[in-house]
Design a protein around this ligand. Structure first.
Ligand SMILES: Nc1ncnc2c1ncn2[C@@H]1O[C@H](COP(=O)(O)OP(=O)(O)OP(=O)(O)O)[C@@H](O)[C@H]1O
Length: 300
């Protein structure tokens, strides 16, 4: 569990994060979303004690990061997969991290197996592809068998197979009861992974909400109805309490009635329907609506 309480972080005159409060709970994947520059990396760095807050505090398993004994057994992070010495092998790198963190050496082979790098464990990291380096970064995060995992934009630059692998891993880690906190500026990346969403914009909290609820709340909730005889149908549906707007020669947009009601009313009046479809909003649309006002730079 991560508790963020009134966190602010200022660089010079500008706040990267301002009065931000939320909790990240175990047993689910929490997506941390916001446009570029929203303050996601700053928040994650502050959780790990890498940035000192200007105000507020963060508790990791009930304590500030700096007060954790053997912190790698509480929280593992993938911030930037680039920070590995290219001349070392994956196994040497993990051994060094294990030794520094006072972790048992058997964990090295366990995590190499878990991320699928066992066969290349003794190769130089300098020759690794981006996907392999990302796996090594994740192996490093898992080394202490921590209950909390932070991933900062973990799928950036990966191919579809690599993306699928990371998504499945994050879900599996959450199903094991761990706290999984993953940032992205793209909702499409979170759509099939996150159970819960924390959305920020310009350093402030915009939403802290179950993914499903965000869709339900943002759904336009209208029907597209096509008929070869719109005139009488408009009158009929309006008379039954629907808000009806023509949307093309044979198409109506209908709010306030459900599909069954529309079909029954039309059937009773002898009007032929060609289509009745519910228009639902994707998580991406819901997210763009939320963050629309907080995008720092936008095209003309
Ligand atoms: N070390 C720093 N010095 C000055 N300003 C900084 C520093 N780190 C971050 N910022 C500023 O703080 C704001 C938030 O940056 P941050 O990297 O946390 O955003 P982000 O949400 O992670 O963005 P992205 O999706 O682009 O990675 C930005 O305006 C950024 O320019």
């Amino acid at each position: 569990m991560i508790e963020i309480e009134s966190l602010s972080k200022r660089y010079g005159d500008t706040y990267a994060v301002r009065d931000l409060s939320f909790e990240v709970r175990p047993g689910r994947v929490t997506g941390f979303l916001g446009p570029n520059g929203a303050g996601k990396s700053t928040t994650m760095r502050a959780v790990l004690g890498l940035d000192l807050p200007t105000a507020g505090r963060i508790l990791v398993d009930g304590r500030p990061y700096a007060a954790l004994e053997r912190p790698l057994t509480h929280v593992g992070a993938l911030l930037d997969a680039g920070g590995v010495h290219p001349g070392r092998s994956a196994r040497q790198h993990l051994r060094a991290v294990a030794a520094a963190g006072k972790l048992p050496e058997r964990r090295v082979d366990e995590v190499l197996g878990r991320v699928g790098l066992a066969a290349v464990a003794d190769r130089r990291v300098g020759g690794f592809s981006l996907g392999m380096r990302q796996r090594l970064g994740i192996a490093t995060a898992l080394l202490g068998d921590p209950g909390i995992l932070l991933f900062d934009e973990p799928v950036n630059g990966l191919d579809p197979e690599g993306i699928r692998w990371i998504r499945d891993l994050m879900k599996a880690l959450a199903a094991e009861g761990r706290t999984v906190f993953v940032s992205s500026h793209l909702m499409s990346e979170m759509e099939h992974t996150a159970d819960h969403l924390v959305v920020i914009g310009r350093g402030r909290l915009i939403a802290d909400i179950a993914a499903r609820e965000l869709i339900a709340r943002s759904a336009g909730g209208f029907l597209t109805v096509r008929t070869d005889d719109p005139g009488p149908l408009i009158a009929l549906l309006a008379g039954a309490g629907g808000q009806v707007t023509p949307d093309g020669p044979d198409t109506l947009r209908v709010a306030g009635l459900d599909g069954d009601q529309v079909a029954r009313l039309a059937h009773r009046a002898g009007i032929l329907l060609l289509e009745v479809t519910r228009q639902s909003v994707s998580l991406e649309d819901a997210y763009l609506r939320l963050t629309d006002a907080s995008v720092e730079y936008r095209g003309a």
